[in-house]
Write a protein of this length. Structure first.
Length: 171
C-alpha cells in the first residue's frame, strides 16, 4: 500500500529547496508507462486533496481518471498549483494564489461529468472516425486555398500607414 501524497510535503523547505521536483510540463503521451503510473498516482493523491479541501467531491467524480479531458484539465491545475505554491516567487505575482484559485473555479465546469454524476461511470462517447478522404481534402486545401497562399498583410496596415503619415506630415 502506498502512502498518499500530502501536497504540503511539496512546499519549499525553509532552506528554499523543495523536497520533490514538481511537474514542469506533463505530456501524458510522451511519458514512459512507468513514469505515467507514478505521475498518475501523484496526480490522484493531489486530486483527492483538492476534492476535500475545496469541497469539490460533488463536482469531480470518482472516475475522473477515466476521462482524458478531465485528466488534462486536472494536470494543468496541478502543474499550476505546484508552480504557485511550491515554485519560486516571481516579481509581480503577489496574488498568484488568488489567481490560481480563480483559475480552479473557472475550470470546475470542465471537470464535471453529468453522465457520471450519479456515481456510476459512463464511458465517454466513442470518437467519430473522420470521413474517407478527409486527410486528402485537408492537404488539398493547404495546397490550393487562397488563404494559405495570400501575401501577408496585417489587417490594420492601412490605419498604421495613415497614422505614420500624420506624424510625419510637414509642418
Amino acid at each position: 500500500m502506498t502512502v498518499p501524497l500530502n501536497p504540503a510535503d511539496l512546499w519549499p523547505t525553509p532552506g528554499g529547496e523543495a523536497p520533490q521536483a514538481g511537474p514542469q510540463r506533463w505530456v501524458w503521451a510522451a511519458m514512459e508507462p512507468t513514469e505515467r503510473g507514478v505521475r498518475m498516482r501523484e496526480l490522484g493523491a493531489w486530486v483527492d486533496w483538492l476534492r476535500t479541501t475545496f469541497e469539490l467531491h460533488n463536482k469531480i467524480t470518482h472516475c475522473w481518471y477515466r476521462h482524458s479531458a478531465v485528466v488534462e484539465h486536472l494536470t494543468a491545475l496541478y502543474a499550476g498549483w505546484m508552480r504557485t505554491y511550491a515554485g519560486d516567487e516571481a516579481p509581480g505575482r503577489e496574488l498568484a494564489e488568488a489567481d490560481w484559485i480563480n483559475t480552479l473555479h473557472a475550470f470546475v465546469p470542465r471537470l464535471q461529468l453529468a453522465a457520471c454524476a450519479t456515481g456510476t461511470h459512463q464511458e465517454p462517447p466513442p470518437v467519430v472516425p473522420p470521413p474517407a478522404g478527409s486527410d486528402e481534402a485537408f492537404e488539398l486545401y493547404l495546397t490550393l486555398s487562397d488563404s494559405m497562399s495570400a501575401t501577408a498583410v496585417h489587417p490594420a496596415a492601412g490605419e498604421l500607414g495613415r497614422r505614420e503619415a500624420e506624424l510625419n506630415a510637414p509642418l
